[in-house]
Design a protein around this ligand. Structure first.
Ligand code: CA
Length: 230
C-alpha cells in the first residue's frame, strides 16, 4: 500500500449523535476529505468492511454494536484500517480498553476540531499494514502490528504503557517531546495525577532497552522533556 493521499482520503464517521456527526462531516469535507456517516453500530461495521475507508472515526457508545466491539471485530478479521475512537468518558480504563481492542488513537469529547484533524492527518500518514508501519531507530525496531520490540536481535518485553511511550518517542525521532506532550499523548488529555509518572516509565524503558551496555537512546532534555537521539 502506498501512502494515502490525504486530500482524497475517505473517512468513515460512525457516530449516533446527529449533531456531532454533522459537525465532523462538515469540517472534514471542508478539509477536502470524502466523508460517509453511519449512525449505528451494525451499519457502521458493515460500512467499515464494505466501503474500505482510509480511516474510521468511531464513537464509543453506539446503538446496536459498541465502538469497542466494532474495533475488535475489524481487527479479528485482519482489517487494519486506522481507527480513531471518540470517547465520551474521562475514564482512563475505557481508553486502555479501546487501544487494547486495536484502536490506533482516541479523542475525548468534547474535542476541538483542530485536535481531531491533527489525529486524522497523523494516522492517514501512517497506513497500517504497510512497510512504513514498521518503526526503526538505530538498532531499535518496533512493529505496530505485532507490538514486537527488539534491540538488535534481542526481543524486549514491554508493558502496554511502556510500549505506548516508546512508540510515541519512535514516531518522533530526534524531536524533543515536552513532558506535557508526552502526558497528553500517552496518558490522555485530562490526565490528573503525578506527572513524575513519566520519569518512572522512562526509567523502566531504559532498564529494558539500554541495560546491557547498549548505547543510550532516550536522552533527557533537562527541564523540558525527552528525545530519542543518537
Ligand atoms: Ca454515542
Amino acid at each position: 500500500m502506498s501512502e494515502t493521499d490525504p486530500s482524497s482520503a475517505h473517512i468513515l464517521v460512525i457516530e449516533d449523535e446527529a449533531k456531532l456527526a454533522r459537525f465532523v462531516e462538515t469540517e472534514l469535507t471542508h478539509e477536502g476529505y470524502r466523508v460517509s456517516v453511519a449512525s449505528d453500530g451494525m451499519t457502521g461495521l458493515m460500512a467499515a468492511r464494505d466501503q474500505k475507508p482510509d480511516l474510521v472515526l468511531l464513537d464509543w457508545m453506539l446503538p446496536g454494536i459498541s465502538g469497542l466491539e466494532i474495533c475488535r471485530q475489524l481487527r479479528s478479521t485482519g482489517n487494519r484500517v486506522p481507527v480513531v475512537l471518540m470517547t465520551a468518558g474521562d475514564d482512563v480504563s475505557d481508553r486502555v480498553a479501546g487501544l487494547d481492542a486495536g484502536a490506533d488513537d482516541y479523542v475525548v469529547k468534547p474535542f476541538s476540531i483542530q485536535e481531531l484533524l491533527t489525529r486524522v492527518r497523523a494516522h492517514l500518514r501512517h497506513p497500517k499494514g504497510s512497510h512504513e508501519g514498521h518503526l526503526t531507530f538505530m538498532d531499535l525496531t518496533l512493529d505496530p502490528l505485532t507490538r514486537e520490540v527488539k534491540r538488535g536481535e534481542r526481543r524486549v518485553e514491554l508493558t502496554a504503557k511502556e510500549y505506548d511511550l516508546l512508540r510515541y518517542l519512535m514516531e518522533h525521532p530526534r524531536q524533543v517531546l515536552t513532558r506535557q506532550q508526552i502526558l497528553e499523548h500517552v496518558w490522555g488529555f485530562d490526565f490528573i495525577g503525578d506527572s513524575n509518572i513519566i520519569e518512572v516509565y522512562i526509567r523502566y524503558l531504559r532498564l529494558k532497552i539500554e541495560d546491557r551496555g547498549e548505547k543510550r537512546l532516550i536522552q533527557t532534555v533537562r527541564g523540558v522533556g525527552y528525545v530519542l537521539r543518537e
